[in-house]
Write a protein that binds this ligand. Structure first.
Ligand SMILES: C[S@@+](CC[C@H](N)C(=O)[O-])C[C@H]1O[C@@H](n2cnc3c(N)ncnc32)[C@H](O)[C@@H]1O
Length: 312
């Protein structure tokens, strides 16, 4: 599966994803406003974005800082970590205005600030398991084999999922990535935005959450598809919280994206201005903000973790 995702983003990028920042800049402004408070006390803070997509989120965040927080803007450096040469190229073009402020990195590095992502963890591969068996695809056919991977077994046990008689998706890579980023986060925060669930909500997905997208359509059998597909699985936020504790990451909050956006004065201001306007463009933007709040607002969650070594 990871190979398929890599191929999709590297060779056959068709912009199948419409993410919240793609919908409207108000999303990036809300995030920037929040991150400004998180990094204010750091001398030379870093904002590290995992999975930059088309670069639109970086553009909106940096635009907000330049306009509303010029002093912080001077002090910060913005990094994007991404594995897709095609997308990095698109990001570089979009972010031309911010030359000297934004950089790209192939590996994580020690820093103070905020490492954050929107729709990154859902791209990482999952193991699909049910009642002691794991799903594999061999010669285009799905086969359930005895579960042998010790890391998956350990995670099922620790999360209390062993006795469940439903499909459970286990993202070992999510935990490995969390370990890696926490090692490098000397001080500051980890902020994740993604669609996902907690252990208490697992029962809502008895058939699992793996989905494929191709040319804006849902691909029913993404694992069997011969063509590059954007494969995603909902993020298990309880796993990020539980394993985060091992890596010195303490939960600050976990909330719905709707609550996160409605608590942001930058977002609410945009909403109010657009709500009173009769301009066709504003009416369209207003409806996109409503989409963010209504159809994405509950499915997407925001998790903030603090590095315990942090002075903040
Ligand atoms: C769905 S896009 C999200 C884009 C952006 N954050 C947004 O909100 O518009 C996922 C991004 O993560 C990157 N990505 C996915 N898996 C990755 C991995 N394992 N390592 C590095 N980048 C990855 C992709 O290349 C892409 O830029």
């Amino acid at each position: 599966m990871s190979q398929k995702v890599r191929e999709y983003y590297q060779r056959d990028f068709r912009k199948d994803f419409f993410t919240a920042p793609e919908l409207d800049r108000a999303f990036g402004y809300a995030l920037a406003e929040h991150m400004a408070e998180l990094i204010r006390d750091f001398g030379e803070p870093v904002l590290l974005e995992l999975g930059g997509g088309s670069g639109v989120l970086a553009y909106d965040v940096l635009s907000y800082f330049r306009e509303k927080e010029p002093e912080l803007f001077e002090r910060l450096r913005y990094y994007i970590y991404d594995f897709s040469p095609t997308l990095i190229d698109i990001q570089r073009k979009r972010l031309k205005d911010f030359e000297g402020k934004v950089f790209w990195c192939e590996h994580l590095f020690p820093f103070e600030g905020v490492v954050f992502s929107n729709e990154f963890f859902d791209c990482l591969p999952v193991h699909v398991v049910k009642e002691g068996k794991e799903l594999f695809v061999k010669n285009g056919q799905e086969v359930w084999l005895e579960l042998e991977d010790e890391r998956v077994k350990e995670m099922l046990k620790r999360m209390g999922y062993e006795g469940l008689s439903q499909i459970v998706e286990v993202c070992v890579d999510c935990v490995e990535f969390l370990r890696e980023l926490s090692k490098n986060l000397i001080g500051g925060y980890h902020l994740v935005i993604d669609y996902g669930y907690t252990s208490q909500e697992l029962y809502r997905f008895p058939e699992g959450t793996v989905l494929g997208y191709r040319s804006h359509r849902v691909e029913k059998n993404p694992l069997k598809s011969q063509k590059p597909v954007d494969i995603t699985a909902h993020v298990n936020f309880s796993v990020l919280e539980e394993y985060g504790k091992d890596f010195g990451l303490e939960r600050v909050y976990l909330k719905s994206m709707r609550d996160f956006l409605l608590e942001s004065s930058a977002f609410v201001q945009e909403l109010e201005i657009l709500g009173f306007s009769q301009e066709p463009e504003d009416i369209e933007r207003f409806s996109r903000l409503k989409t963010m709040l209504l159809s994405m607002g509950d499915r997407f969650r925001v998790l903030l973790q603090r590095a315990l070594s942090s002075n903040s």
